[in-house]
Design a protein around this ligand. Structure first.
Ligand code: AMP
Ligand code: MG
Length: 485
């Protein structure tokens, strides 16, 4: 059988009860044109990158041509948005199908901005070029940083405008995900009051994402436990690199443990746990330092949907689910501490470890030190002896840290190596992303391409003066980021 462009779809989601999705015709656009194409991801997916990075490929990834084996759908889901439960669904995303990759993985291929669906409500189903490029850059940066994330295969300009506050150039992002199952998918199913729906979803999610956790006597509890583990791992990664998601609503929490939906997200420059970038987050609900607590809250909403399957007896179901939800803090603290120790090159356990970490963070907060650069600077063999580090509190901390490093049972070289692998030199700083998007909107993709190149290898040694390591000058500071609609 010939497989044009290497697409090999095997669509499992459409075998779930029909309540969970809606079939959805592709909606052609006026003049598809490839803006960015990710050849290395195409290779991983078993796609012919050279052939797809073409006008014919643009037609496919704009929804103008349907691939053999594709059975396009929009998925139903609900979500707590800033605490309020709402019915949502894919209002501007169309799932083309599930690609079976050469290494045996299954990946959703979705067109974000692909047009209206039954879930669009008042929306136009479309997306603008800037936000789609932004998602491409940040998701690929996450991947480069070693953080589970949805990926971006392509951005195709539509040749149409989308009307927001002004008319903007339209674009479609091809999003690639382990799946698009979210906490909100379960909230939707729970709202239908149909036990069969929930059972099918639990079974499907365990099969697709946690096959090693089966067979289980209590599948719903097993799933809750597994999702909690992968969410803890994810949030610890975010905290490690200073990432702030910005809209941690339950519809943006995947069950696979991948980061999803890069709207008003950002990486922190100077360290402050209260940092918020999102223009719509007035209360700081999704501030950097709140992300663990909010994740536990989101997982509690997930647990609620599972109660009828956990135990027939409601009290007993609540008790079992609560025990898992309560274990979040311990699981998180343990993994956070292990991660921070890697950032500081600490092997083994020592009673001073926690204080060393919190003291450094406290110092960084007081001095508005750059989060990424402080950790990278202390990793450097040529420690910058000027500026912010000329400070008694810092010297005191540095001496204590050196003494602790001396108690490592491993050579200093191993510590430096550990630190370099956990402290990136480059993250997609807001001002660099803004610069790339501005140039791209004027037709110059070179700035984006060069940023993407740096982000593909973020732990590599880089000169301290490298432009991607520089925090923003006061006039370059981006204080707010906006929803990608
Ligand atoms: P998000 O903020 O991207 O997580 O989206 C929240 C909800 O709004 C989802 O159900 C989206 O499908 C929907 N949505 C966002 N933008 C649009 C749009 N332009 N047209 C229709 N639905 C949209
Ligand atoms: Mg979303």
């Amino acid at each position: 059988m010939t497989r044009p462009f290497g697409f090999q779809f095997d669509n499992s989601y459409i075998h779930l009860p029909e309540d969970l999705f809606s079939r959805c015709p592709l909606q052609p656009v006026k003049a598809p044109q490839m803006v960015l194409f990710n050849r290395s991801l195409a290779g991983e997916l078993g796609l012919d990158g050279e052939a797809l990075d073409s006008p014919a490929g643009a037609a496919i990834l704009a929804g103008n041509e349907q691939i053999d084996g594709s059975d396009p759908i929009a998925q139903a889901y609900a979500g707590h948005q800033f605490g309020n439960l709402t019915m949502l669904g894919d209002g501007r995303a169309i799932l083309l199908g599930e690609q079976l990759t050469p290494d045996g993985a299954r990946r959703d291929i979705q067109l974000k901005g692909g047009g209206r669906t039954v879930f669009s409500r008042g929306g136009d189903g479309r997306a603008a070029l800037g936000p789609m490029l932004r998602e491409f850059i940040i998701s690929e940066a996450m991947h480069g940083l070693g953080i589970p994330s949805t990926r971006s295969l392509a951005v195709v300009a539509t040749g149409e405008s989308v009307l927001r506050e002004t008319a903007l150039p339209g674009a479609i992002l091809t999003r690639v995900a382990a799946s698009h199952l979210r906490v909100g998918t379960f909230q939707y199913a729970a709202g239908r009051q149909n036990p069969a729906l929930l059972e099918a979803l639990v079974d499907y999610t365990l099969n697709r994402h946690y096959p090693d956790r089966q067979p289980a006597d209590n599948p719903a509890l097993t799933l809750l436990d597994a999702v909690m583990d992968s969410q803890v791992d994810l949030i610890v990664h975010w905290m490690r690199v200073g990432f702030i998601h910005g809209v941690l609503n339950t519809d943006n929490v995947t069950l696979s443990g991948e980061s999803i939906d890069y709207g008003p997200c950002a990486f922190m420059d100077s360290f402050d746990p209260d940092t918020v970038f999102s223009s719509i987050d007035h209360q700081g609900r999704y501030a950097y330092g709140n992300q663990p607590t909010i994740t536990q809250w989101n997982l509690s909403r997930f647990a609620e949907t599972l109660l009828p399957m956990i135990d027939e007896d409601v009290d007993s179901a609540i008790e079992k689910a609560t025990a898992i939800i309560k274990s979040f803090s311990e699981r998180y603290s343990e993994k956070w501490l292990a991660m921070m120790k890697k950032k500081l090159g600490l092997f083994g356990d020592d009673p001073v470890d926690e204080t060393l970490i919190t003291d450094l963070l406290e110092w960084m907060k007081t001095h508005q030190a750059d989060y990424t650069n402080t950790f990278r600077d202390i990793t450097s063999e040529h420690f910058p002896a000027d500026g912010i580090y000329q400070d008694d509190d810092f010297s005191n901390w540095h001496q204590r840290w050196q003494a602790r490093l001396g108690r490592n049972q491993k050579p200093l070289k191993s510590s430096l190596c550990l630190m370099r692998n956990h402290n990136p030199a480059v993250v997609p700083r807001n001002h660099r992303v803004a610069e790339a998007l501005t140039a791209a909107e004027q037709g110059d993709l070179a700035v984006t391409t060069s940023l993407l190149e740096a982000l593909a290898d973020p732990y590599a040694e880089r000169d301290p003066d490298d432009r991607y390591r520089q925090p923003p000058a006061p006039e370059e500071q981006v204080c707010q980021t906006f929803c990608g609609t």
